[in-house]
Design a protein around this ligand. Structure first.
Ligand SMILES: CC(C)(COP(=O)(O)OP(=O)(O)OC[C@H]1O[C@@H](n2cnc3c(N)ncnc32)[C@H](O)[C@@H]1OP(=O)(O)O)[C@@H](O)C(=O)NCCC(=O)NCCS
Length: 179
């Protein structure tokens, strides 16, 4: 998969991304907001990158005129809803690239891809209740608020977080494009 936007490109991960992936994931301001532990060293980052390449659910985000990985976006085959034709989104971006509209563009591009090129009928996404930037991205992309799940998840550091959940159906996505 390769999707070219106006600000960013979404492409498959490769082993050549390992240094950029480590730089991005070691930052303690990124992982914990998304529920994962910052990478403690380069080897851990390389092992995780290998498993992500094998799983084929996670893609690299790069700036439009660069091949450097600056973030990731994942399309998971599991989520809160347990039936077929539902996919779940996850995303994270390196701190130097925040608040430039990059992730809003990435999520919109992935929504178009999922509803136009796969048989997915519903896309869901969630964020911790204190993740205001993520909440804003999700709302800007037109997802509908489904509700809050208290004590959603115990994180690697023992914190138990509440989460907001959102969804978009194929029909809602098509209607959004008409507005
Ligand atoms: C969430 C994240 C992906 C957003 O990426 P981004 O490219 O900066 O997002 P965008 O620039 O497209 O949009 C960010 C929006 O959030 C707003 N925002 C940022 N910080 C905010 C805050 N603390 N409170 C309220 N709004 C905030 C911005 O103003 C912007 O909204 P606007 O366009 O209306 O001004 C990025 O912050 C990130 O990777 N965070 C750490 C990991 C993470 O949280 N991943 C998501 C897990 S669900």
């Amino acid at each position: 998969m390769r999707i070219i936007g106006t600000k960013i490109t979404i492409r498959e991960l490769t082993f050549k991304d390992s240094k950029d992936f480590y730089e991005f994931g070691r930052d303690p301001s990124i992982g914990p907001m998304a529920g994962w532990k910052p990478f403690p060293n380069y080897d851990v980052a390389c092992r995780l990158l290998s498993s992500l390449i094998l799983n084929k659910e996670t893609y690299a985000i790069t700036e439009i005129n660069s091949n450097k990985l600056i973030g990731t976006i994942s399309i998971y085959n599991y989520g809160i809803r347990k039936y077929k034709r539902v996919k779940s989104l996850g995303f994270s971006l390196g701190a130097p690239y925040h608040n430039k509209g990059y992730m809003t563009e990435a999520v919109n591009l992935v929504c178009d891809y999922i509803f136009n090129k796969t048989d997915c009928e519903l896309l869901e996404v969630g964020c911790h209740t204190d993740n205001f930037a993520s909440k804003r991205v999700i709302e800007k992309c037109g997802f509908k608020y489904d509700g809050m799940l208290e004590k959603y998840k115990a994180l690697y550091d023992g914190r138990v977080v509440d989460a907001y959940f959102y969804s978009m159906t194929k029909e809602e996505h098509e209607r959004k494009k008409l507005i």
